[in-house]
Design a protein around this ligand. Sequence first.
Ligand SMILES: *Cc1c(COP(=O)(O)O)cnc(C)c1O
Length: 380
Amino acid sequence: MENINQIVSFVQEQFQTKEFIPLHEPRFRGNEKEYLLDTIDSTFVSSVGAYVDRFELDMQAITSAEKAIAVVNGTAGLQVALRLAGVVAGDEVITQALTFIATANAIAYNQATPIFVDVDLDTMGLSPSAMDNFLEEFGEIRQEGCFNKSTGKRIAACMPMHTFGFPVHIDELIAVCEKWHIPLVEDSAESLGSYYKGKHTGTFGLLGAFSFNGNKTVTCGGGGAIVTNDLTLGAKAKYLTTTAKKPHPYEFFHDEIGYNFRMPNLNAALACAQLEMLDEFVDNKRELASLYAKFFNSIGVNFRQELPDTKANYWLMCVELNNKEERDLFLKETNVQKVMTRPIWQLMYRLPMFEHCQRDAQSNAIFLEERIVNIPSSVR
Ligand SMILES: *Cc1c(COP(=O)(O)O)cnc(C)c1O
C-alpha cells in the first residue's frame, strides 16, 4: 500500500499533531470537575448518592427505556441481564465470535456455554440468516424453550453485539428469536448514541447493557448500565446488583445471592457530566467519519459507514483492507508512525476457554477478522 503515508498525514491533520495519536481518548470539557467535587463535598462518594439516581434517569431519557440500572461495569451488566433473561447453569447462549471477550465471559459467568454463529458482512454483528440456518439444523422447540439437538442443552438466550456502534439487523434477529422461542439480550456496550429505525440500541431485546469504560464514547472511569422496558425485570436488576437486600431502615435480610455490582456515586457524577456531552460527542465523531469517508473514498480504501435505517455513533471507526498481508503492513507502518491502529478482535473460538464451543462455518467473521482495522476515532 503506497498510500499509507498519505493516510498517516491525513490522520495527523485531523488531530492537528505529529505526536502519538491514540485510538480513542476521553474528553472532559463539561461539568466533570464540578460534579466530582460535589460528591466529595457531600461525602457521598460510594454506592448510594444523588448522581446514581440522576444517571439512571438520564439513561432512561437518552434511550427511552422504561428502566435503567447503574452498574459497576458493562460486563457485570451483561452478566446480570443474561441471568434475568433466564439463563442458568448448563444452558447455551447464541452469540457472535467476532466480539470483545466480555460478551463470551458474561455467558460463562452464568455457567452457560456460548454457541458462536456467524456475523453479517455489512453490520459485522450477529447474522439473522446464519442464526436461523443454525437453528434449522440443530434447534428443537419444546415446552421449556428451544433445545440444541446436538448437545441436548437448552438455548436460553441470544446475545448480538452492535460492533463498534454499528447497529445489527435487530428486527430480523428478533423475528428469528420469536420463531425459535429464544429471549434476546443486547450487548450494546459500544453503541450508546446509536439508533436503528429511530429507536435506541439496547432497547429492542428483553434487556440491554451499556459500558462507560475509559475507551467508550462517554466514560465514567468504569461503569455500566442495564436497560429494559420490563419494569419487573428492571426492579429485579436493581435488587440483584445491590446485594438482594430487602429494604429495611436497619435490618440486614437478603433472600438470594445477589451481587455488589453498584456504581459508586463518584463514577456516577462523572457519568452525568459526560452524558450531557453525548450529543455533541456523537456529532463531532460523525463529522470526522464523513471526512474520513471522503478521504478514503478518494484513495480507494473501504471506510466503513452506517447502513440505511441506522444512525451509528462511530465509536471506533474502521477501514476494511483487501487482505491479511495488506492489513499487517498497514498496522505495522501506521503504528511505527505513531498513528495508533488495531486489528479487530481475534475470534472467540480461537481462545483456549472457548475453543470447545459449537460454531458454524464463520466465513464472514474470518473475512472481517483478516481485514478490519480500527483507526483514531476520538472526539476532536
Ligand atoms: C466495552 C465492552 C463491554 C463491557 O466492558 P466493561 O469494560 O466491562 O464496561 C462489553 N462488550 C463489548 C462488546 C464491549 O466493547
